[in-house]
Write a protein that binds this ligand. Sequence first.
Ligand SMILES: [Fe+2]
Length: 394
Amino acid sequence: MIRNLADDLYQVKLGSNSSNCYLITGDITILIDTGTVLRIPEMANTLSEIGYSTPDIDLVINTHEHSDHIGGNVLFQKTALIAAHRNAAVKIISGDDEVMHCRAHAQKFEGYHVHAWLSNTDVIDADSWFLKVLHTPGHTSGCISLYDPRRRVLFSGDALFASGTLSTIYESGSLGEYFNSLRRLGTMKIDLLFPGHGRESNNVDGDLELTIRNAIAQFPGAARLAAMFVPVIAGLCLFETISSIDNAIINAEVLATMDRWAQRWFLIWGLLIAVAGIRFLLPWVIVWATVPELGPIEAITATFSDDPAVIEAIERSAPVLLMFGGTFLVFLFFHWLFLEDKHYGLRGERYIRTRGVWFFAVVSILLSPIVTFMIVGYFLALSVRSPPGGGSRA
Ligand SMILES: [Fe+2]
């Protein structure tokens, strides 16, 4: 059965064991999912009902690696590009039937090709359709959704269904990732949902809310995750309060030892530097320097952004940011251990304090591999980014 959903969009339904498939017509003809192999004759006949034949399909996108979404690929893979997320692609081309479940649908699990391996935030610009690839794992590790931000349409595969219907978490999937994917989809502005099974929906916020509520009710792990949320937040609040009071006492003790002018200078400029400089300007400079493609304004707004490209850029820079932060905290600990006056409570602390100069030796030993690692990493990254021959491509 084929249904006309819009001028340039059709839904192909091939029977109970097959996924919903979506045909996008236009400058580029795209088929999202292909159903089971048993329904190939029906797929060919259905396409012919609207005047399309197999070679007319330019691009097939598989939303994930399950056999009921990829079986019909064999009809198209000689004439069309087949695309899937790289986590799905590696299973499809290697015939990993533990996750594909081909035998369950009397399908072969070998002989599939994936020509384009997709990643999160890749874009398929098909003129009237602008499809962003969102990696939405959980049901399986290779699940993607395709989101057109101009039309506010989401093709969700098996990552999200209408009416709060839950996805099954299969072998390569994960409940935690499922929750993350649902929450991430919750940040998008989606007016229309076209899922891999069941009916479409124009109440996507409600569907997401209901899905999350149902998941918490049905998965014991989800209930635990939700239950952990409150004590973790409460613990963090308590920790922040205690460390703030501790800070205030130490600051007051230090202030008491200062001259009057120094106290005044600290209370005005010291606080400004500590609050505006260290807590705002420094993180801004670090984020901007680490992800220069964001630019100065987006480096500030990135914190509040739900743009997948920005999230991806920040995640890419996380190792460097964590390395800076971690190194600073380790040095702070050694500074306290070797150089700061304190009341000694543990055996050996007094001895270590008398060897203050060791601080510089320890820090130097730690810094050598860190700096070497950063320099090598920087040049490796440059060599990966540069096109062969070092020239520019038009
Ligand atoms: Fe599936």
